[in-house]
Design a binder for this molecule. Structure first.
Ligand SMILES: *Cc1c(COP(=O)(O)O)cnc(C)c1O
Length: 598
């Protein structure tokens, strides 16, 4: 792409200003042949808006002139459009501002290579009549301006944009107009929006309008769930506005991964939150890789003498898969009825212990696991332990003193967890050498240089995910408070029905989960059917236990009768920081209707 010439803007504006002087604030003054065709174009341009008229959007009119599109919008009564006008003609903007006090009009030369496009932030952008005329400017120069303008605009719009040019499919072309082959326009937009491109030439003029969208056109509305269906989980991560300051830091530093400055800051702020020195936390690319790092750092890979990893059957698949990645064969152990976790005292007497290279207790639903029991276990048996505490971010912030010790714990920052970086995780331990070894394992086994000194993988957290993590920390106070409010509302609604004691939620477990405890499998079946009938989504977060996954069904295991009894009875209910009172009431009503009342 060639370099833009900012004087091009001056030449164009001089031309438009002449029209305005001669014909005043009319269609002809804006160099359109007549008013009727101009209104047709306005309608075609507004077709870029795919959201329903009830949705509030910001529309940028690039090349707004005197703001006639806004008059048209107001005539049509489109009240939910916030309009921003952009033009380089001071004379036109003066008229526009006089007509529409309080509306934002920005003076900008789109031909200026240093133009500050960041001033424009909008859902949709239309560019009407900017690239239909070319006066005596060469086609090549005008196309360059068009290409640059549309690309710059694309980065500012959230949903889509539209522009018009003259068609090549005409009886004759005019030298002072810009006739562009449709292929050229579509190729340009395809480079930006993939296949989410549309062209219209059905409105009776010698031009066509091209549209590009950031989502497949039918997805814009589909992202909002049907009003009466309550999804079990609708993660809410920091908005792009909150991310932007961090993303700008990435742009400036040009470090995108490998222990960049944002990751360093995230590890520092996390350790401060856990009340630990910074060397106690190393981030990972996921909760699963964090667990791999923790296992490798504390136990190393499996050996022929100790090929087994003792794993609870009541957990998410990742626990056993992480053990396999470190060379272990998972051996499934049953949980304790009260804690839903492995019992260290019982496990110390386990017959398979002399073949176990590692034990991986799981903190179920983020419920705290005290270090003391497992430290005793390790001292008594000599078998290393790594705790899968994937969902325990909030537990860790609440009671780091009992949760953290020399036994490493791994966290997940997946979008489904209460605290999220989109995807990510961390290894936490008071043993800083162990944390350093976990970091080494997650960086190809490199320690001092680029020499692999131990087994490893690439499990590092990128700067982009660190940016999300930092923005999430900024908003964590509000997010966790909102989720606690949801849980309290659940308690209030179920309390009225005498069912509050069946609810399991924060602070007992992570704020990210709300569980309904059924008395037996029969009731659980009835409740799940009832929820479904009432349009309430739900989930058995740890399914029926690992032994029921086809891939794990061949694993050696103990008698798993507690897992078999507990797993189907703990029903995950809808949870989101913005779950509405109406939705909570809907869930509560569904529960009350399906539970056998005493
Ligand atoms: C979420 C979760 C994981 C996996 O974390 P990812 O970040 O998705 O890799 C592992 N174990 C448990 C118990 C989990 O809940």
């Amino acid at each position: 792409m060639g370099q833009l010439d900012r004087q091009l803007g001056d030449r164009l504006v001089k031309h438009y200003n002449r029209g305005l002087t001669e014909h005043g604030d009319t269609a002809q003054g804006a160099l359109w042949p007549n008013e009727i065709d101009r209104r047709t174009r306005f309608g075609v341009m507004l077709d870029v808006i795919e959201t329903s008229p009830a949705t509030s959007i910001v529309l940028c009119d690039l090349g707004c002139g005197t703001g006639s599109l806004l008059s048209y919008i107001r005539e049509r009564g489109l009240e939910n459009i916030t309009y921003i006008g952009v033009d380089y003609s001071a004379a036109a903007l003066k008229l526009a501002r006089a007509k529409f006090p309080g509306v934002t009009f920005i003076e900008m030369n789109i031909a200026d290579p240093d133009a500050d496009w960041d001033r424009i932030s909008c859902d949709y952008l239309v560019c009407n009549g900017v690239f239909t005329g070319k006066m005596d400017i060469s086609h090549k120069e005008m196309w360059l301006l068009l290409e640059n303008t549309i690309k710059n605009a694309w980065y500012q719009v959230r949903r889509g944009l539209a522009f018009n040019v003259m068609s090549k499919v005409v009886d004759w072309e005019r030298d002072d107009l810009l006739h562009v082959p449709m292929d050229d326009s579509v190729r340009l937009l395809h480079g930006l929006a993939g296949r989410n491109v549309r062209v219209r030439a059905d409105y009776g003029l010698y031009e066509y309008t091209s549209y590009a969208f950031k989502l497949p056109s039918d997805c814009v509305e589909a992202t909002a769930p049907a009003s009466d269906f309550v999804p079990v989980l609708r993660p809410l991560l920091p908005s792009c506005d909150r991310l932007l300051p961090y993303l700008r830091r990435i742009d400036r530093a040009r470090v995108y991964t490998n222990h960049g400055p944002l990751l360093a800051e995230l590890e520092m702020r996390l350790s401060a939150r856990f009340n630990l020195p910074v060397e106690s936390v190393v981030c990972a690319s996921s909760g699963t890789t964090a667990l791999v790092g923790a296992i490798l750092a504390t136990a190393g890979r499996a050996t022929a003498e100790r090929p087994l990893a003792l794993v609870p059957a009541f957990t998410f698949a990742a626990t056993a898969l992480a053990a396999e990645q470190c060379g272990y064969r998972p051996y499934l152990v049953d949980i304790d009825e009260a804690t839903w976790a492995l019992d260290p005292d019982k496990l110390a007497l386990h017959p398979m212990l002399d073949q176990a290279g590692v034990v991986i207790p799981v903190a179920p639903f983020g419920r705290t696991i005290a270090q003391s029991g497992w430290m005793n276990f390790r001292n008594r048996t000599g078998v290393p332990v790594a705790i899968d505490a994937a969902a325990s971010f909030d537990g860790l912030t609440q009671e780091p003193q009992s949760f953290v010790g020399t036994i490493p714990i791994s966290l997940s920052f997946h979008a489904t967890k209460s605290f999220s970086a989109g995807c990510g995780g961390a290894v936490v331990s008071s043993d800083c050498d162990l944390v350093a070894r976990a970091g080494q394992a997650l960086n190809f086994g490199f320690f001092h240089g680029r020499e692999s000194e131990s087994f490893g993988t690439n499990g590092k957290l990128s700067e982009y995910h660190a940016a999300v993590g930092l923005a999430e920390l900024d908003g964590w106070h509000e997010k966790s408070a909102a989720m606690r409010t949801v849980i309290n509302e659940y308690r209030a609604y179920l309390g009225e029905a005498g069912l509050a004691h069946r609810l399991v939620g924060a602070p007992e477990i992570s704020v990210g989960y709300v569980l309904f405890r059924c008395v037996d499998a029969d009731e659980a079946m009835r409740v799940r059917a009832g929820l479904q009938q009432h349009g309430v989504d739900h989930r058995l977060w740890y399914s029926h236990g690992l032994q029921h996954h086809s891939y794990f069904s061949q694993l050696k295991r103990d008698d798993l009768s507690i897992t078999e009894a507990v797993a189907p009875c703990l029903i995950g209910l809808p949870m989101a920081p913005d779950l509405s009172t109406g939705q909570i009431a809907q869930v509560a009503a569904a529960l009350c209707a399906s539970v056998r009342m005493p």
